[in-house]
Write a protein that binds this ligand. Structure first.
Ligand code: SAH
Length: 400
């Protein structure tokens, strides 16, 4: 293996790396060998020339995403070993049991970036298809190796690998990635989650096609649904709605501002509960729907909006958004109602979100108790060294 080009840190800038935080910020770099290009694997050394490890270089505030610590080069089988580890963890969770025809869930996240020690890479599995997203140029260049390892490791169970990075790679890197199959082709897009069926549209859908990260929270909602009038706001593919139907809700209304999302929800309801009159979909703005609906019309409400604060500088406005949205829900939900409320903004911490919801509750004058505190499921692990990987927060509230 060729020796890697080297990035040298400023004195003292190795501290967070010593705790295995996987990012090198551009401000920590003292010097770089000539000819380092975006996406290259580079060796990182301290000011005193001690090896820190190897990572992918890119232009931007996060300059290196570390792949391996304590080595000066990557072994040939680096991706294989990392993917094997990721697969082993999913097997531990009972998720990647390819040969069990009875299995109730065949969609899950196989690689969760830093949480699987593969910063810049996301892989979601839907039945026989892996949908792969690169968030760094280095992972973009490694895409074919990763795709081929995925099919081999799964014993050819994963037959299709769809690469979907048109919107996830830094635009300035000018890599011009195509969304395309690296291996195989489309062969049916119905995935099973806890025994429920979902059409997954990774070609046109948001992210990799489905919000796998709400699986456990949807299962919890099912337990609260019996006999309730359920309003699912920001429904996207109708995940919560389908669980609510199985849980025995009296009625289910799904709302999304996107007509495409509303159609996806209808399709998923039809797949599981054909002709069931309990469900209807509204393609409209959730804030408007909440403002216009009558009081006490619903006694189970889900609020799962898109990230209101995508960056730190949008934090204040984002928090205000969560407060307003939740305040409207508190104002309208029936006494004895259950509210599932979420934030997937990574920059909004658990504490901030809780404060925003608490403020909304206080404003409404309702007495509110926390029943559950929710987060992302175990196939979205959070590396202790990289707390930024924890992004999904939710509360289940009892509103008197
Ligand atoms: N709850 C979903 C995921 C929600 S993603 C699940 O379990 O899969 C967020 C959704 O909010 C997207 O589908 C988006 O179209 C929708 N959305 C964004 N802004 C909206 C608005 N103002 N009103 C209603 N829906 C909105």
């Amino acid at each position: 293996m060729n020796e890697l080009k080297t990035i040298r840190l400023k004195p003292g800038k190795e501290e967070s790396l010593g705790r295995r935080h996987p990012w090198v910020f551009s401000g920590a770099i003292a010097s770089m060998d000539d000819g380092i290009e975006e996406g290259d694997c580079v060796a990182v050394v301290t000011a005193g020339n001690v090896t820190v490890g190897v990572g992918h270089y890119q232009i931007g505030s996060i300059a290196v995403r570390m792949l391996e610590f304590g080595v000066a080069s990557l072994s040939e089988d680096f991706f294989r070993r990392r993917l094997e580890e990721a697969l082993r963890l999913r097997r531990t969770l009972g998720l990647a049991d390819f040969h069990n025809p009875e299995r109730l869930t065949d969609c899950y996240r196989l690689v969760h970036g830093e949480g699987d020690f593969l910063p810049g890479l996301v892989v979601d599995i839907y039945g026989n298809t892996a949908v792969m997203q690169a968030h760094s140029p280095g992972m973009h260049f490694a895409r074919d190796v990763i795709a081929s390892e995925l099919t081999q490791l799964s014993g050819a169970h994963i037959r299709n690998v769809y690469y979907k990075s048109e919107t996830t790679l830094p635009y300035k890197a000018m890599l011009d990635p195509q969304n395309e199959y690296l291996i195989g082709n489309y062969d049916g897009n119905i995935a099973t989650e806890n025994g429920l069926k979902f059409n997954i549209d990774w070609l046109r859908g948001q992210k990799t096609g489905f919000f796998i990260d709400q699986r456990d929270n949807r299962a919890l909602l099912e337990k609260f649904a019996k006999g309730r009038r359920f309003l699912n706001l920001f429904c996207y593919t109708g995940g919560f709605s389908v669980y609510g139907m199985r849980g025995g809700a009296e009625s289910v209304v799904s709302v999304d501002s996107s007509a495409k999302a509303a159609a996806l929800t209808d399709a998923n309801i039809a797949l599981n509960f054909p002709g069931d009159p309990r469900h209807r979909t509204e393609a409209t703005d959730a804030f408007r729907f909440l403002s216009e609906m009558k009081k006490d019309e619903y006694d189970l409400i889900v609020l799962d909006p898109p990230a209101f604060a995508k960056h730190r500088n949008a934090l204040k406005r984002g928090l205000l958004g969560y407060r307003r949205l939740n305040a409207k829900a508190f104002e309208k939900i029936a006494p004895g109602g259950i509210l599932f409320t979420f934030s997937c903004s990574q920059v909004v911490t658990k504490e901030m979100f809780r404060m925003a919801v608490f403020t909304a509750a206080a404003q409404s004058g309702r007495r509110v108790r926390i029943l559950h505190q929710l987060t992302q499921p175990a196939d979205h692990p959070v590396d202790f060294s990289h707390p930024e990987g924890e992004y999904l927060k939710g509360l289940v509230l009892y509103v008197e």
